[in-house]
Design a binder for this molecule. Structure first.
Ligand code: SF4
Length: 187
């Protein structure tokens, strides 16, 4: 005999976006519905070069489990991903590669710099290390720490989710966004 399914009462559904409801109807804006879907189905591209990458592995494993945020589908194919997570020391030689990966991602795309090295070069104030990936690509969220704990990475990820959920569908066509891209030499 089939056993009845046991549901865990702690499982939460995503929150409903602001809108209007009445008897038998609920209405919201297109922006909010798209934002809700996007923020709960982010596909990360991990660009991990050193120690911070190990923290990321822990973040993806069972205890911290990024799948809870709808972000378990990692890929190393830039065209299929919308979140570039740069984790580790990036040498100046590697800067153009990070940039190339970013350029290969389709819009809308977001970037998270994880750890002191990706944010600012960290302890490596040397001739060979890039002093922050924002010298080659725009960054949306910086996660401090050397290395940041998985909780820190998850906190940064939730900040990205906030940005994604609230982003206007027109932002990528705005003059301000074009200016930002042009400041990085991206057309
Ligand atoms: S921030 Fe610290 S832990 Fe992370 S890659 Fe740099 S040296 Fe390693």
């Amino acid at each position: 005999m089939a056993r009845p399914v046991q549901y865990n009462n702690k499982v939460k559904m995503v929150e409903i976006p602001d809108g209007y409801s009445g008897e038998g109807f609920y209405a919201t804006s297109f922006d909010k519905a798209i934002g809700l879907a996007r923020k709960n189905s982010i596909w990360p591209l991990p660009f991990a070069t050193s120690c911070c990458g190990i923290e990321f592995m822990a973040t993806m494993a069972a205890t911290y489990d990024m799948a809870r945020f709808g972000a378990e589908r990692m890929a190393f194919t830039p065209r299929q991903c919308d979140l570039l997570m740069v984790m580790g020391t990036i040498s100046k030689k590697m800067g153009p590669i990070v940039r190339q990966v970013y350029l290969q991602m389709a819009e809308p795309r977001w970037v998270m710099a994880v750890g002191a090295c990706a944010c600012s070069g960290g302890i490596f104030d040397t001739y060979s290390v890039l002093q922050g990936i924002d010298q080659v690509i725009p960054v949306d969220v910086y996660v401090p720490g050397c290395p940041p704990r998985p909780e820190g990475i998850i906190d940064g990820f939730m900040k990205i989710q906030e940005l994604v959920g609230q982003e206007s569908l027109r932002r990528r066509n705005s003059d301000k966004y074009k200016e930002l891209m042009e400041s990085y030499g991206i057309k």
